[in-house]
Design a protein around this ligand. Sequence first.
Ligand code: EPZ
Length: 432
Amino acid sequence: MEEKFVIHGGKPLQGEVSVGGAKNAAVAILPATLLAADVFTIENVPHIDDVIILLNILKRLGAKVQFIDRTTVTIDTREVKNGDVRLNLAKRLRASYYFVGSLIGRFKDVGVYLPGGCDIGSRPIDLHLKGLRAIGAEVDTDFGVFHAKAEQLVGQEVYFDQVSVGATINVMLAAALAEGTTTLINAAKEPHVVDVANFLNQMGARIRGVGTDTIRIRGVKELHGCNYSIIPDQIEAGTLMIAAAATKGDVLIKNIVPTHMDALTAKMIEMGVEIEEFDDAIRVKYVKPLKAVNIKTYPYPGFPTDLQQPATVLLSTAEGASVIVENIFEARFKHIEEIRRMGAQVTVDDRIAVVQGVKRLTGAQVKASDLRAGAALIIAGLMADGTTEIVNIKYVDRGYDHIENKLISIGADIARIPVEEDEPIDIELDFQ
Ligand code: EPZ
């Protein structure tokens, strides 16, 4: 059943809210359990649609999966017998390509339907193919299947033409069981990349240098199960920080790693937001009208592309003009069409958006085009005068665990309701 969010805006968010486990770590760590035939207990797993789909794929492969509580999962991979992931479920999310890196070392011949995921650009997988080929896999993408074959993977030096979170993680997964040492050069340094490497090391892998642009993986013969707790979600934390400032609120965002937020924190301070950092929390307090700033998205530790869309909305009522350059994805401005309907004044030219601050946004009926665009529209609805309705919120549920509940707990007036059928069109009208 299709649902929508209905938001009555203009209420400052106030109070305390906790952040869940990192989606972009979880969607790699869950497939990575297939690198071993053993049992795992994983905590702080975000209860989001992408995770539910991945757990269903694990079950279809023969793993035993059980939720101990809403965010703790046990996984037993001892009965998994093959690497055939040509399941329709796999087409629904981008991260399904991690099954290739996770299965190739043990099953020698694996196939996954080519990934789906948010429509924010072409999103090729050439760097995944280059890295897997470098360590000895024969890979192809014929018939819509990401297929890899390798009798024995052999460690190699892999240079990534551009920084890629997915390719760094996927090749790291495969290299963990390769013979010899693999060196990833120009590797991604995102917190979730570090978290996946830490998980693999808990499984007995020997990965060093993660968090820098050169990662060294010394292959081992076998890996084993482990217990692990996923890091807090940097992007959910950033989304809540932006929502606090956008609604002129005062919110303590808990259970985060403040240093992961540095690029956003610095920008928000530049805008005039008051930020106070604690060991595992950040307090965001609106104290005066925000000033326009310029943002360019870059790989970590640069400003995260996943927060570009929420930040654009925050700047829509700042004083002055902000220039936003989206360096990572070529089609990540789809939310702008929608916030224009709410009064935002934004011009877009290729990868550059210029946001001219306006006095206020006004509520409207809008639709989410992808996960973070949906988050951006929720923030727009919270800050706008009047009522906003957002449809296509299934995108939001892929990456946030019932975000409306967290927002309600800090004062938002937001409800998730079924989408009513369109008024029936009376086609019986006869034409005189
Ligand atoms: C991951 O996507 C995240 N998704 C994205 O988050 C995030 O925006 C992105 O990293 C950048 O941080 C997951 O982790 C599941 P990339 P990924 O490979 O791995 C190009 C969200 O909202 N590229 O780092 O697909 C690519 O086109 C999602 O949570 C190639 O050219 O991103 C892009 O321009 C959206 N060839 C750039 O690199 C390749 O083989 C960065 O992509 C791979 C990527």
